[in-house]
Write a protein that binds this ligand. Structure first.
Ligand SMILES: NC(=O)c1ccc[n+]([C@@H]2O[C@H](COP(=O)([O-])OP(=O)(O)OC[C@H]3O[C@@H](n4cnc5c(N)ncnc54)[C@H](OP(=O)(O)O)[C@@H]3O)[C@@H](O)[C@H]2O)c1
Length: 315
C-alpha cells in the first residue's frame, strides 16, 4: 500500500488530487486533513504545510514541493529530518515564467504604458523608440527559470547578463557570480530581473543601496526593476522612494512582502508600477502531477530523484 498525501491548506486540493490520479492511477490519493492511516503514506506533495503534519508521517519517503520555490515548504520548521524534498522543474512552468519576463521587458522597452495612456487621450505621439541591442537586461538568479528567460531575451537582441552563486556558461549571456561580482553585474544593468529563491541571503536584497548601483546609461536614464522571485527580497518602501526620486524609472512586481498586496499599498496606484498578483508562472496541476508521477516512477525503479533541495543553501 502506497499512499500520496496532498497538503495545501491555502489552495483547493481537488484539482491536484484529480491530476495526480490521472497521472498515476494506482496511487491511493489522500487530501489533508483526511490522512487516514498515516503509516500508509509514502509521498507527500505540499504547499505551506502546517507544523507537525509531515513530521507525523512515519513512512514518508519523499516530500514534493508544488512550486519551483521551496520557501513555502521550508517555512515548516518541524519537517522530518532525512526525507528528501524535491522541487518543481518543469517546462510548462518555465515557459510561463519566460513569457512573463519577456512580456515585462518588452512592455518597458517599447513604452507600452505610455502608448496605452496616449491612446486613452487620443494623442498621436511618435516618440523615439530604442533597439534591443541598446538595452542591457541583468537577471539575478540564473537557475532553471533565469537561464530560460536569459536565452529568450538574448535571442531577441537584448544584451543579457546574469548573476548567480556559481559562474555559468550560456551562449550570448555574460555571467557574474558571487558577492564579489555583484556590483560589476549591477553597474551595466538597465533592466534588473529578479528570479532568485527566497533564502536568508536574498532577504531584502532589492533596496535603495542596490538600486543606486544600477546603470543610468540606458535609454530612460534610470533603471527598471522586474521582480518575479519572492516578495521577501524587496524593500517596498525603498522601491517607492526610488521611483519618486527618479532613481528608478519603473517597476513590474509579481511578488510582494505581504500577499495579497494590501489595498492601502501605494504600489497599486503608482503610475510607473505594474502590479501582477503572483501569477508570473502558475503551477498547472496536470503538468506538475505528470512531473511528480515521472519522479515517483524513477524513484521506485532505482531510488533516483531529480531536483532535490540543497538544505545547506535553502533552494
Ligand atoms: N512569481 C512566480 O510565479 C514564481 C513561480 C515560480 C518560481 N518563482 C521564484 O523563482 C525562483 C527561482 O526558480 P528556479 O527554478 O530558477 O530556481 P533555481 O533553479 O534553484 O535557481 C536559483 C538561482 O538563484 C541563484 N542563487 C541562489 N542564491 C543565490 C545567492 N545568494 N547569490 C547569488 N545567486 C543565488 C542560484 O545560483 P546557482 O545556480 O549558482 O546555484 C540559481 O542560479 C524560485 O525560488 C521562486 O522563488 C516565482
Amino acid at each position: 500500500m502506497s499512499a500520496f498525501l496532498i497538503v495545501t491548506p491555502t489552495w483547493d486540493a481537488t484539482p491536484w488530487a484529480k491530476a495526480m490520479k490521472a497521472a498515476r492511477p494506482e496511487l491511493d490519493i489522500r487530501i489533508w486533513p483526511e490522512t487516514g492511516r498515516v503509516e500508509d503514506i509514502t509521498y507527500a506533495a505540499a504547499w505551506l504545510p502546517p507544523a507537525d503534519v509531515l513530521k507525523g508521517l512515519p513512512k514518508l519517503k519523499v516530500i514534493f514541493s508544488l512550486g519551483a520555490g521551496v520557501d513555502a515548504i521550508l517555512s515548516d520548521k518541524t519537517l522530518p529530518r532525512g526525507v528528501p524534498i524535491v522541487r518543481v522543474n518543469d517546462d510548462d512552468l518555465t515557459m510561463r515564467m519566460s513569457e512573463y519576463i519577456v512580456l515585462q521587458v518588452l512592455m518597458h522597452h517599447r513604452q507600452q504604458r505610455r502608448l496605452d495612456e496616449n491612446q486613452r487621450n487620443k494623442i498621436w505621439d511618435q516618440f523615439p523608440t530604442h533597439a534591443a541591442k541598446d538595452m542591457s537586461v541583468g537577471i539575478m538568479g540564473l537557475g532553471v527559470l533565469g537561464q530560460d528567460a536569459a536565452r529568450k531575451l538574448a535571442m531577441m537582441g537584448f544584451k543579457v547578463r546574469g548573476w548567480s552563486r556559481g559562474a555559468k556558461q550560456i551562449e550570448s549571456v555574460s555571467s557574474f557570480a558571487g558577492h564579489e561580482q555583484l556590483d560589476a553585474f549591477l553597474g551595466d544593468t538597465d533592466i534588473l530581473v529578479c528570479l532568485l529563491p527566497a533564502t536568508a541571503e536574498t532577504d531584502g536584497l532589492i533596496n535603495s543601496a542596490l538600486i543606486a548601483k544600477l546603470s543610468r546609461k540606458g535609454p530612460f536614464g534610470a533603471p527598471i526593476l522586474i521582480n518575479a522571485g519572492r516578495g521577501r527580497q524587496q524593500n517596498e518602501d525603498d522601491i517607492l522612494a526610488c521611483l519618486n526620486a527618479g532613481t528608478l524609472h519603473a517597476a513590474s512586481l509579481d511578488v510582494f512582502r505581504k500577499e495579497p498586496l494590501p489595498k492601502e499599498s501605494a504600489l497599486w496606484r503608482h503610475p510607473r508600477v505594474t502590479v501582477t498578483p503572483h501569477i508570473a508562472a502558475d503551477s498547472d496541476p496536470a503538468a506538475i502531477c505528470a512531473y511528480l508521477a515521472r519522479q515517483i516512477e524513477n524513484f521506485e525503479k532505482d531510488g533516483a530523484l531529480q531536483n532535490i533541495v540543497d538544505m545547506r543553501h535553502g533552494y
